[in-house]
Design a protein around this ligand. Structure first.
Ligand code: 5GP
Length: 204
């Protein structure tokens, strides 16, 4: 049976992964996206329930207590977390689901779901990442500096991922991700059961 796959996607702030994901979902509307819960303020242009559910710290802490999160992390002073139920539902319905998390979130999900396929979105250069972060105009200098430090730490951990996609040209990067989705169906992570089934049918 072709069970749905969990894809973990990470990339530093300014890697352009949000635009990339929007384009990917336009091309592949059958893919589910895991909407995160977050305690940071909504940025201009963001909408409740699109990429994030914006909730209070108290509500977030009660979700932690009730084990409603697959993973969570404190990032630049705010909580970000992946609600467990929508991911479990998507997989049960044989749908592919994308979870966007930082490197720590990716590490936690890999421990719980070792078959998950992880993709790191790399900016073409650190200079370009700096330029993208500053030109966004939605954050203070202080936050930009913190995000740049976080970006450097994240890039150092790109080696933990199954795939790296360089987001230089947007359409090429989207096609690269689609190739990974297709290719991953044949990976050993997804085909372990097939080997067992074939071996089971060998007449001794
Ligand atoms: P931003 O504030 O720029 O939207 O996101 C900051 C960081 O939090 C990014 O690296 C993003 O991938 C990550 N992030 C978004 N949602 C989640 C989540 O549910 N869990 C974790 N651990 N990180 C998340």
């Amino acid at each position: 049976m072709n069970k749905g796959s969990v894809f973990i996607i990470s990339g530093p702030s300014g890697s352009g992964k949000d635009t990339l994901l929007v384009k990917l979902f336009e091309k592949c509307p059958e893919i589910k996206f895991s909407i995160s819960s977050v305690t940071r303020n909504m940025r201009e242009g963001e909408k409740e329930g699109e990429k994030y559910n914006f909730i209070s710290r108290e509500k977030f802490e009660s979700m932690i207590k009730n084990d409603e999160l697959l993973e969570y992390n404190l990032y630049v002073d705010n909580y970000y977390g992946t609600p467990r139920e929508p991911v479990e539902r998507a997989v049960a319905e044989n749908k592919d689901v994308f979870i966007e998390v930082d490197v720590n979130g990716a590490e936690s999900i890999r421990k719980k779901l070792p078959e998950a396929i992880s993709i790191f979105i790399m900016p073409p250069s650190f200079e370009e990442l700096k330029r993208r972060l500053s030109s966004r105009g939605t954050e203070t200098e202080e936050i930009i500096t913190l995000r740049m430090a976080a970006a450097l730490d994240e890039i150092k951990r790109a080696v933990e991922y199954d795939y790296i996609v360089v987001n230089d040209d947007l359409s090429t990067a989207v096609e690269d991700i689609i190739s990974i989705i297709r290719g991953s169906k044949f990976s050993i992570k997804k085909q372990k059961n097939l080997i067992d089934e074939v071996l089971l049918n060998v007449k001794s």
